[in-house]
Design a binder for this molecule. Structure first.
Ligand code: ADP
Ligand code: MG
Length: 297
């Protein structure tokens, strides 16, 4: 087991940021820690990397206790903090060199992590000259220097443009083939793109813990239909296998069905039979999205 969290509570002043949180992460899993802003994700990650201490409960990382074995936890964990604080006046190699010395890691590791994170074309530059995507690579390279078993990445893809996003996701996935990765995000699509498993946290409590494989095999689908006129929800609830109807705005309806069969043709026929025009018709097989929204709304 790479990470074992047992009944962790963290109180800041009088506010509970984590409330009796427990979970385990197995070796070589990529686990997404998903929750809205303020849910307690960064707090959990700071406890697991020994930057702060829990108010109650315990956690073990790579068999080492975060309270009694801090040094060993630190030497077996790679951490990319939120907003990846980098010394922007340093050149990439200077920065990695400094940290390699601090970790007591041989210089040969520097070129290895530069290679591994695709930093080579930019490795001669000052950190301030790098794009956000390349800065994230420097942060990842830094987290990998001491060859840790477990990587803890706090919002590693937030703020990247779409191209950078794809590159960093691929990089994290490839790192995750050999290492345990525990990454946080408030964006559900990031979990779908990178993770094997999702742990959802809301207001300091774990509200779901699922393998993506199981979610993908789930039956829920949402059909988003826009009509040219208002329809009573009760009317749409007469469609076969409907479980829920929402009207987020205007004449747009989100109709949830519990079946694998593509229900768009049924919605189309329904519109035709009722003299309605369809302006838009889309299907989403997104049990993760609906689960996330329901659990955190
Ligand atoms: P997330 O990373 O999911 O956005 P955080 O763990 O940063 O959430 O924060 C959880 C809650 O704890 C928030 O309400 C935040 O304001 C509060 N919090 C975080 N750090 C501190 C701190 N050092 N002092 C007081 N409150 C804090
Ligand atoms: Mg955070």
């Amino acid at each position: 087991m790479s990470i074992e969290v047992k009944n962790i509570t963290k109180v800041y002043n009088d506010q509970k940021a984590l409330n009796n949180v427990s979970f385990k992460v197995k070796d070589a899993e990529i686990v997404g820690f998903l929750g809205p802003n303020g849910a307690g994700k960064s707090t959990m990650m700071k406890i697991l990397t020994t930057y702060i201490e829990a108010s109650e409960g315990s956690a073990v990382v790579n068999e080492f206790d975060v309270n009694s074995d801090k040094k060993k936890v630190q030497s077996s964990v790679g951490y990319l903090p939120e907003h990846n604080p980098l010394y922007t006046d340093l050149y990439v190699k200077e920065y990695l060199n400094f940290n390699a010395n601090a970790y007591g890691v041989p210089k040969s590791k520097i070129n290895e992590v530069i290679e591994l994170t695709g930093l080579k074309p930019e490795a001669h530059k000052k950190i301030s000259q790098l794009s956000k995507g390349y800065r994230q690579r420097v942060g990842l390279a830094n987290a990998l220097l001491h060859n840790p078993e477990v990587l803890i990445l706090d919002e590693p893809t937030t703020g990247l443009d779409p191209n950078q996003l794809v590159d960093i996701r691929n990089l994290i996935r490839s790192i995750g083939k050999e290492k345990t990765v525990f990454l946080s995000t408030h964006i559900m699509q990031e979990v779908e793109a990178m993770c094997d498993r999702v742990i959802i946290i809301n207001k300091g409590e774990i509200v779901a813990d699922k393998y993506l494989k199981d979610l993908r095999e789930g039956q829920d689908q949402i059909v988003i239909a826009e009509f040219d006129y208002r329809i009573e929800d009760a009317f749409l609830l007469k469609l076969p296998k409907v479980t829920n109807v929402k009207n987020p705005h205007g004449f747009v309806y989100e109709i949830t069905f519990n079946t694998k069969e593509d229900m768009r043709s049924h919605v189309f026929d329904f519109a035709h039979d009722n003299d309605l025009k369809i302006l838009q018709l889309n299907q989403k097989n997104t049990s993760l999205e609906s689960m996330f929204r329901e659990l955190t709304s």
